[in-house]
Design a protein around this ligand. Structure first.
Ligand code: TPP
Ligand code: MG
Length: 575
């Protein structure tokens, strides 16, 4: 085999074509975890480098979950998919919950995986020559991710590899957006092919959809006639333009805005139409209880009906790129009009069609909203008071807000402190706070790296639970932070383990035996040295904070380490 298929020097192969297509599409990074399926790609990258051909930069990711999470954070920051390169079925499985997160978060990512060679007697370059290639030949590799991706396909021939890459990226970037998965056998990646010219304009995302005129009319009329109109949103803020339109509409019509488990900054927290964040609180939300017209825009869970819902008889309208929630088996919110439309376009339509309210009604609405906003703000402030002993998450987050400023970009995986981070950071600018949008823990560290690669000038902060820190594979994350000079601030909300399962069991069995059992196996006695893990892996600066009095100096030292020494910093905050 080696004699027949000895390296013939410079080649243009399927692998070269894939790299070229990624480059044409503006992909800047390949988050890579290489294996025996990738000689064609590694050779093509080496040849491109040797000839000075521009192409995506390779970022070595020692685990796939971190690679995928980095691409996730990068895409949340820029809106653009990056490539994640993984090894056959094994690397695909190791992407794990990060695929779920990108799918649920509707975040574009281009995943490329090799397939085991499809020949075994040296029939072609790349044919099997390692025992593992029999083990890694599985019947349905694409099936591993089929329930999560917007598009999946196998490149079976190099001749149209570029078109398949562009098509996959077109799916990734077209509403409702999400990850895509492409495979190719080792021999196909080695195949020498003619170069195909591509006109990138032909592969742009599908144009954003508008509502039909009748729906616009219905929604506008309902908003005008309402007593207490309310918008509920979770991820509208992935488009900064939509945030501006929402603020414009809120002001024009006097509509309140409530965020439900937000994964983006959807509305400035200082705006007087802002009514706060709801999460898993086990009580009725006041804004929802008062609303008689609710416009849900870009939300998967606008409320949890068993504990909190719009008032009886409220009229509900729904705008989303995918209002059917095609990937959710159980989903309904009682909306009488559902529109498949882009949030920015839809809000512009509403604003254009809405005649102004009478000055008097608008003033009344605005005054009521301003009072509700003020009440929310004073409640938030009350919780931020310095605690008498120890450290509260609310106080800590308030001090983080003061230390990092409005432009820092925060990724949050704070679990039972999710709402604390969302509310007390009081973000005002779109694109300065992200959470995964999914439910598979471990996103935060990789995401912070991705954000920092996208915005090297920005201060990047990850706020996560102690459990979520361990899920994120911190040794890999912090090795990468040093290797790629992407220092960020990591704040670990150390509450002694997993509080979420305790809250879950108490919500279902409030009087059960588990409620008062000495252990329900969710605590971390003898906790790891959280900061020490990052120090050992990537030379991170470490702070341990146990009281409110220590917070400001720890933050100042941590930020100095990041800015002056270009080191990541971990604050182990015992809340
Ligand atoms: C990959 C994954 N495994 C398990 C879970 C279930 N789970 C949800 S919350 C949680 C604990 C999170 O702990 P931590 O980050 O410390 O947050 P806390 O609950 O203490 O606020 C677990 C294990 C999950 N969501 N994702
Ligand atoms: Mg915890």
């Amino acid at each position: 085999m080696s004699a027949r298929y000895a390296d013939s020097g410079w080649m243009y192969t399927t692998s070269s074509a894939i790299l070229e297509a990624l480059s044409e599409a503006g992909v800047e990074f390949i988050f890579a975890n290489f294996g025996s399926d990738h000689p064609g790609l590694i050779e093509a990258i080496a040849q491109a480098r040797a000839t000075g051909k521009p192409g995506p930069r390779v970022v070595t990711c020692p685990t796939e979950m971190v690679a995928m999470s980095a691409a996730h954070g990068y895409a949340q920051t820029t809106g653009r998919a990056q490539a994640v390169l993984v090894h056959v079925d094994c690397g695909t499985q190791a992407l794990g919950g990060a695929v779920h997160n990108a799918a649920k978060g509707r975040v574009p990512v281009f995943i490329l995986a090799g397939l085991s060679p499809v020949t075994q007697d040296a029939e072609a370059r790349g044919s099997r020559n390692e025992f593992i290639q029999w083990m890694q030949d599985v019947p349905d590799q694409r099936g591993l991710v089929r329930g999560y991706v917007r598009y999946e396909n196998e490149i079976r021939h190099g001749a149209n590899a570029k078109q398949i890459v562009h098509r996959a990226l077109q799916f990734a970037h077209s509403a409702p957006r999400g990850p895509v998965y492409v495979t190719a056998a080792r021999e196909v990646l080695e195949q020498e092919v003619p170069r195909v010219p591509i006109d990138a304009r032909q592969w742009r995302p599908v144009a954003a959809a508008a509502m039909n005129a009748e729906s616009v009319e219905q929604i506008v009329q309902a908003l005008i006639d309402a007593e207490n109109p309310l918008v509920v949103t979770s991820y509208l803020g992935r488009s900064p333009a939509a945030v501006a339109e929402l603020a414009g509409m809120a002001e024009q019509l006097g509509v309140g805005v409530l965020e439900s488990v937000p994964s983006y900054v959807n509305f400035p927290a200082t705006h007087e139409c802002y009514l706060g964040v709801q999460w898993n609180e086990r009580r009725q939300n006041a804004a929802l209880a008062q609303a008689d017209v609710v416009l849900v825009i870009d939300s998967d869970v606008p409320w949890i009906g068993a504990v909190s819902r719009p008032r009886a008889g409220a009229r509900i309208f729904h705008i989303d790129a995918d209002p059917l929630k095609a990937q959710m088996t159980l989903w309904y919110i009682g909306a009488t009009t559902q529109c498949a439309a882009d949030a920015t376009v839809a809000l512009r339509q509403i604003r254009a069609a809405a005649s102004r309210l009478s000055t008097e009604r608008l003033a009344q609405r605005r005054a009521r909203l301003a009072a509700a906003h003020e009440l929310w703000e004073s409640e938030i402030e009350r919780h931020e008071q310095i605690p008498a002993t120890g450290l509260s998450a609310e106080y800590l987050v308030a001090r983080i807000r003061a230390a990092i400023g409005d432009d820092a970009i925060v990724v949050s995986e704070a679990v039972t402190n999710f709402h604390v981070v969302s509310q007390h950071l009081r973000r005002t600018r779109p694109g300065t706070l992200f959470s995964s949008g999914g439910g598979s823990l471990g996103y935060n560290g990789g995401a912070a790296l991705g954000v920092k690669l996208a915005r090297p000038d920005a201060l990047v902060v990850s706020i996560c639970g102690d459990g979520s820190y361990l899920f994120s594979q911190p040794s890999v994350v912090h090795w990468m932070a040093r290797r790629y000079e992407t220092p960020f601030l990591q704040v670990v909300l150390n509450n002694g383990g997993w509080r979420a399962p305790r809250q879950a069991v108490l919500s279902v069995h409030p009087d059960g035996i588990a409620a008062t059992a000495p252990s329900i196996d969710i605590d971390f006695p003898q906790p790891p040295d959280y900061g020490g893990i990052a120090a050992a892996a990537g030379g991170a600066h470490v702070e341990v904070v146990k009281t409110a009095a220590e917070v400001d100096t720890a933050l100042a030292r941590a930020l100095r380490a990041i800015r002056a020494e270009r080191r990541a910093a971990v604050i182990d905050a015992q809340v």
